[in-house]
Design a protein around this ligand. Structure first.
Ligand code: 13P
Length: 252
């Protein structure tokens, strides 16, 4: 058994209104009230953070955002939200470098690093996403892609900062496609990430860092994934939108 505490996180992407957020929490919280085996995190769109944080107050469910700007001081950045603002709104965490941001919004390893540093400086838990695309896996480049994302997006962090992040491995071909990586495939990627961590930060850091799996996690496949000692939790998209379904994932 690993000593790492599981983190079961939901990424709502661009789904739900504030009213629907309140409805979700009303149904979800009682279903996870007894769940002490894992940390639970819900990441709604910015607009719903206040409603989510209000609804989750006093529960063990934490609320996170899906992105933050790398500038921590307020300023003229139309359309952006800073990490200190997220913290003030009741967030405990923030997803950084999700593949949809890399694919559609010009996110690079360099901006992933800067956002992660801003999140750390603001006392938020960064959940930093990495993962290969289908053509990269099919051409045998998964290891190289993960190495590059780690080397440029994460490894420049100092050890003290690295100790406060979570890594999420999300193979792009498994996101929203229903094609879940087999538990063995995910575990293999997690092992190669942990080896990169060990080479950069040492054995203790590698043993301590939580690596989540994301990509078509559902109530019926979560058990097999969580049975892998390498997999320290899940980052769930579509299946986190339903309170009953996500609670059964949390309670795997
Ligand atoms: P799905 O669970 O919908 O495949 O999304 C995964 C994901 O991108 C979570 O960040």
């Amino acid at each position: 058994m690993s000593a790492r505490r599981p983190l079961m996180a939901g990424n709502w992407k661009m789904y739900k209104t504030p009213a629907q957020t309140a409805e979700f929490f009303e149904k979800f919280l009682p279903l996870v009230a007894e769940s002490s085996h894992a940390d639970v995190l819900i990441c709604p769109p910015f607009l719903n953070l206040t409603a989510a944080a209000g609804a989750a107050a006093g529960s063990k469910v934490a609320v996170g955002a899906q992105n933050c700007h790398w500038e921590t001081k307020e300023g003229a950045f139309t359309g952006e939200v800073s990490a200190p603002m997220l913290k003030a709104a009741g967030c405990a965490a923030v997803i950084i470098g999700h593949s949809e941001r890399r694919q559609f919004f010009g996110e690079t390893d360099a901006t992933v690093l800067k956002r992660t540093q801003a999140a750390l400086a603001s006392g938020l838990l960064p959940v930093v996403c990495v993962g290969e695309r289908l053509e990269e896996r099919e051409s045998g480049r998964t290891g190289d892609v993960l190495r590059a994302q780690f080397t440029d997006g994460i490894a420049p962090l100092e050890a003290a900062g690295f100790a406060k992040i979570v890594i999420a491995y999300e193979p792009v071909w498994a996101i929203g496609t229903g094609k879940v990586a087999t538990p063995e495939m995910a575990a293999e990627a997690h092992r190669s990430l942990r080896a990169l961590v060990e080479a950069r930060y040492g054995k203790e850091a590698a043993a301590a860092v939580r690596i989540l799996y994301g990509g078509s996690v559902k109530p019926d496949n979560v058990k097999g994934l969580m049975a892998q000692v390498e997999i320290d939790g899940t980052l769930v998209g579509g299946a986190s939108l339903d309170p009953v379904g996500f609670a059964s994932i949390v309670n795997f």
